[in-house]
Design a protein. Structure first.
Length: 281
C-alpha cells in the first residue's frame, strides 16, 4: 500500500484555549495534506466534552474523536501525561504523525519524507535544552536499566517530542511509553520529571538497539520565524505564531476557508483581533 494511504495524524484534544490551536492544526492538515491522511483526536474518558464548535469542525473535516483510558493523567493530574497514556493504547496501522496541538502546516509536504520502515522513527533535536532537562536526562540514564544500550558509544540526545513520526505496527510506542512511565513511577526529577517525562522518555527510546532514530527533514519542525520555508511549524502560544507575517496570513486563510464551510476556526476571536495581537506583541 502506498505511504500516503497509510498515514494518521494524532493529537491530544481538549477544551479551552488549546482548542483554538487544535482547530488550526486540523484545518491546516486538511488544506495541505492528501485527503487519504486520517486524523485522530484523542481525549481522556470522562473528561469534559469538547465544545460544539470544535466537534462540528472535527465531524465536517473527518476527524475521529477517540476517548481513551488515562490512568497516568488522572493519578498525577498533568495534561502532558495524556500523550503517554495514548502511547499505551491501540495504535493506528501504518505511519503515525504524533503532534503537539501547537503545530500548524504552512505548506504542502513531501510525502516521500515519510517512507515507511518498521524499526525507524523520525524526530529532531529539541529547540533548546535547560540545565534541569540535562540533569533529569543524566539521572534517567543512571537509574533506568532499559536505557542501557549494547552500543556504549551511544549518547543521549535531547529530542523534540512535539513532532514524532513512527510506524504504529512497530514496538516504538511501547518502548517510548515504558520509558516515560518509569520516569514517573520512580519519581525522577519530582514534579519537573512528570512534565518532562515524554521528552526524556523519547530521548531514552533513541538508545533502543531495536529502533533507529533518523532526523526529520528540517522543514517538518520549524519555529514561526521560519514559517515561509516550513512544512510544519511548532509554536507555544498564538501570539508567537502570528508575529510572523507568513504564519499570520496562513491562519487568516484557514479562518476564511472555515467560514465558507460554516465552521468556527477562531472561537470568539476575529481576524481583526489576530492583527491587533500581532501588532501589540
Amino acid at each position: 500500500m502506498k505511504t500516503q494511504d497509510n498515514i494518521t495524524i494524532v493529537f491530544i484534544a481538549s477544551r479551552g484555549a488549546a482548542s483554538l490551536r487544535q482547530r488550526l492544526l486540523v484545518l491546516s492538515a486538511r488544506k495541505f495534506l492528501p485527503k487519504s491522511v486520517r486524523m485522530l483526536a484523542v481525549t481522556p474518558k470522562h473528561a469534559v466534552t469538547l465544545s460544539s464548535d470544535t466537534i462540528d469542525l472535527y465531524e465536517a473535516l473527518d476527524v475521529e474523536i477517540r476517548p481513551i483510558a488515562t490512568p497516568l493523567y488522572f493519578k498525577f493530574n498533568d495534561r502532558g501525561l495524556i500523550k503517554i497514556d495514548y502511547l499505551r493504547s491501540e495504535q493506528p496501522s501504518g505511519r503515525v504523525i504524533l503532534l503537539n496541538a501547537g503545530c500548524i502546516f504552512t505548506s504542502r509536504p513531501e510525502i516521500n519524507d515519510l517512507k515507511q520502515s518498521r524499526n525507524v522513527f523520525l524526530a529532531n533535536h529539541a529547540f533548546s535544552k535547560s540545565d534541569e532537562v540535562e540533569k533529569l536526562a543524566s539521572e534517567a540514564l543512571t537509574r533506568l536499566p532499559q536505557s542501557k544500550s549494547k552500543d556504549d558509544k551511544k549518547s543521549l540526545q535531547i529530542l523534540n517530542s512535539g513532532v514524532v513520526i513512527y510506524d504504529g505496527d512497530s514496538s516504538f510506542s511501547d518502548a517510548w511509553s515504558n520509558n516515560c512511565a518509569e520516569i514517573v513511577r520512580r519519581n525522577l526529577g519530582g514534579s519537573f520529571g512528570i512534565k518532562a517525562a515524554e521528552q526524556i522518555g523519547l530521548s531514552l527510546t533513541a538508545l533502543d538497539d531495536e529502533l533507529v532514530l533518523k532526523n526529520l527533514p528540517s522543514k517538518w519542525s520549524m519555529t514561526p520565524r521560519n514559517s515561509a520555508q516550513a512544512t510544519l511549524v511548532q509554536y507555544f502560544d498564538l501570539a508567537t505564531l502570528i508575529r510572523d507575517k507568513h504564519a499570520l496570513a496562513t491562519v487568516e486563510d484557514l479562518s476564511l476557508e472555515a467560514d465558507e464551510l460554516g465552521l468556527n476556526a477562531l472561537g470568539e476571536l476575529t481576524i481583526r483581533d489576530l492583527r491587533s495581537i500581532a501588532r501589540v506583541t
